[in-house]
Structure formats: C-alpha cells, structure tokens
Design a protein around this ligand. Sequence first.
Ligand code: SAM
Length: 373
Amino acid sequence: MGLSGAEIFGFESDLRGDFDLNSLNPTQVELRNILKRFKERVDGVLSNGLVLLPFDPSGKSCKMIRSFDQNNPAFELTQFLKHGRDVESSLYGTEMDILHSKESISCLVDFVRTYKFIEALFLHLDRLEAILPGKIEVVDAGSGGIPVFGLLAAIKSDRTVVTCIENNPTSVISSREVIQSFGLQDRIKVINADATTYEHDKLIDLLISETMHVALLGNEPLVKILNNLCRFVSEHGVIIPEGVNVELALAREEELQRLRRVVDITGLSTYAYLDFEKIARFNPMALLPIIIHLVRLSRLENGIYRIILNSTVDLCREMGVVLGQNESVITTPVWTGNKLEISDESYPSDGVLSYVPGSSVRDVNLRLRYGGG
Ligand SMILES: C[S@@+](CC[C@H](N)C(=O)[O-])C[C@H]1O[C@@H](n2cnc3c(N)ncnc32)[C@H](O)[C@@H]1O
C-alpha cells in the first residue's frame, strides 16, 4: 500500500507525488531525506539574499577564498551538495564515455564558480523581469545531476519556464527526482539530448551553460553548444557566460617546477576575447579559432619559457561579475607544450598562437617569427 511522501517524511504539501514504501530501499530513503534538506538549504540561501552576501569580488587566489567562504551560506549549499553526491553515486549505475553524473554534481563544490554563476543568473533574471511582460524562457544546456541553475531560476522568479538539456541519462533521472522533490516539475523540464544539436521550439530569453574548461580547451562542448543554441536566443535575450577572455602568459621552465611564477606581459597583445553575444548575433554557426598575437618579445630575459593559457569568464559584464584567474577549476591556468627559447642568437620578434575552441591542449599551435629584433 503506497504512503504519501508527507506521511513518510513529514514533507509539506509542496512536495508532490506518493512513494510506494515497499519499493524504497534505504539508499533511496536517504536520497529523499537529502533532497528535503537540499530544499531547506536552498531556501535558507535564498532568504539570506545570496547576491547580497559579503563576497570578495577581487578574490585572487583559492587560498583567500577558502578563508572567507566558511562564513558564507552559499558554502553551506555546496557542502550539502557534496554530501548528496555520494548517495547519488551508490544509487545509480556506471556510465561510460560521458561526464559521470557524480562528477557533474561535484562541480557544484567548485564554490566560487557556482556562486558567481548563480549571482549572474539572478542579476540577469532581475533585468529580464523588468523588461519582459510575461513568461521568461530559460534554457540550461548541460544541467548536470542536480540542475541547480534551472532550480534556482524557477525558485527566484515564478515567471520562468525552464528547460534543462542534459546528455547523460543518469543525470537526467537524478535531475527529475530533485525537481519533483521541489514540486517544480510543471515549470522545469529535463530533456535527455545533445545540446550541440538540440533544437528549442521557442525563443530563449536566458541561455545558461557551464560546460567549459580553462581557456576553452580540453574537448569542452561549450562553444559548440552555444553555436547551436544561440540562434534561438531572443533579441533581448542573454547568454551566460557572456564572453571568455583567453590570456597568454609565459613562465620560465625552471619556475614551473617550483612556484610556477608567471611572467607579467601585460600591455602586450596577448589575449583573445570571445564575445558570445556577438557570435550569437552576427556569426552563429562559425567555430572561430582563438588567435593570440605575441608582439614585442624583446623585453624578455634569456631563457626557456613555457606558454601558459589562462581564461577569465564574464558572467554579467554590466555588474562586473567575472570568474577570475584561479577562482575555479575552469579558470586555473594551464600550460601548453609550446616552448619559447629566448637567447641573444634566437630571439623571436613576434608570433601567433592559435587553436580551435574545444581542442586538446596538445593542439595549441605556436608560430614564431624571427629577425625583427
Ligand atoms: C560541468 S557539468 C555542469 C553541471 C551544472 N550545470 C553545474 O554547473 O553545476 C556539465 C554537464 O554538461 C553535460 N553535457 C556535456 N556535454 C553536453 C552536451 N553536448 N549536451 C548536453 N549536456 C552535455 C554533462 O553531462 C554535465 O552534466
């Protein structure tokens, strides 16, 4: 005989659906308890005003972030999610060839990343609520095992209609469970599809996707996903992230082993900026290569240098929400295989570094020119 969720766990009426007690194993019971606590935590975070929390916007290093995040309720949320991950992995089977559902959930504990994406999501939703009269069409492409952005968009504004697209069937199952536990299944649907080819049947007001790696490298799908979905973004619509800045720096070979000190080459033309909105509006289908011009190498001391790529991610330019260097695994500098020898005899005058977004770090191509002095 089926008992209602309320009878088993004391859930309130906002948790819809009845559970058959006989079909629940202890792990599932634990999962449901976790989902209940997740809701309480998210409510707590929201009522504490997530976007108003004290937060060091210039937090330059992970160390600094660790020291202040203990007092931050958003940290509570990510800690909780971390705990939920273990239960989830024991509940479901194994997956091949796709980002494991457990791993997608563990992204949430990349605390500053999660925090800033949510902050930007809220800021953009505020703006859209002010300019749009009716429903706000939200799409989260690559929503993970706990579709936190879709959930928070729905909780933040009851005018949102949310679609989560996820290609991992296990993550789709766990997402649907989480959404149901919030009673939000009428406003958030989860579609098991590949977001690089999926076609949305309405115009999108807010497209969010966190499917990236540092410097748009590492076979990441973000740019392909955006290239596909940005054609559905409405005229006033937003894309989160708004853009990615890829910067190049140099480090001496021997310093890589120790402190990995990066040579400051600020002021040189050593970055490329991908503005996703511009790509969406003017060049939707192009997979543009990232090209970084190196110029005026003459100020470097002699030695062997390695090329390091770093990226910062613009999430809401208007309000200055940027995921900065070292704030997340997706903005931790990565060094390429390219070496640069600087000596009196071998002295490049300039060069070009290029790769297609989504390439492996091994495919970063460096062409140097010599002779300019
Ligand atoms: C890094 S996780 C992020 C999860 C969640 N959005 C977050 O930020 O916490 C990326 C998710 O995108 C999914 N994904 C990757 N490529 C995809 C594709 N082409 N179509 C749909 N989902 C994809 C992965 O399965 C994974 O769940």
